[in-house]
Design a protein around this ligand. Sequence first.
Ligand SMILES: [Zn+2]
Length: 211
Amino acid sequence: MIPFIRNDQYNYIREQARTVVHTHKTVQDTDVKLAVQSLTIDKIQDTFKNLSDEQISHLSLINNVVDEETAAIYLSSLREYVIPFPRVTEQILSALFPKSKVKNAPIQQTEFTRISHFSWEDPGTQKRYIVAYPDHKHIGIEGTFSTRTVHGVCALCNHHGPQRLFTARKNHQGNRDTYTKKGNYICVDTVECNERMTSLHYLHEFVQRMT
Ligand SMILES: [Zn+2]
């Protein structure tokens, strides 16, 4: 079976597995447990478009999850089916950010099966770079990244955590000299942000707003 699970889908499944474990800990009634199980499989399947029978039967192994240990076994069995984020190279980054030095980008240090966006910070210039892949191509957005941390909801992953203001220029169509500045709060820690992504919805909405 070839990889078929995106990072955000994997994170969503992990969230569901946690709910199942919690149900087994707190609920005695077998009928309720079974209802939660079947609802969970429906929810997981709904995040995919076309699943083969083999893929469905693998995802349905969540039926074996009853505690932390069985959840860990289930989740690690899915790991090999996670699709990596489309390949990022220094060449691609130089094309996306022609005016910036992209040498500091952590290409080697990144586990591409664990990200939905490739982002890094250049502390020297207080810049944050974000690469997403919304419509079968890489899109790059660069902006300044404030040093002041607040607690809030991230525009990329839509989860709570420490945030900082990311401000980027949006050029007006056909005119490079006029632009609007747009600010969004995003997670300080990009590894955590990627781990919190349970859908691509907010990330792609962000890309649309900023480009
Ligand atoms: Zn985030």
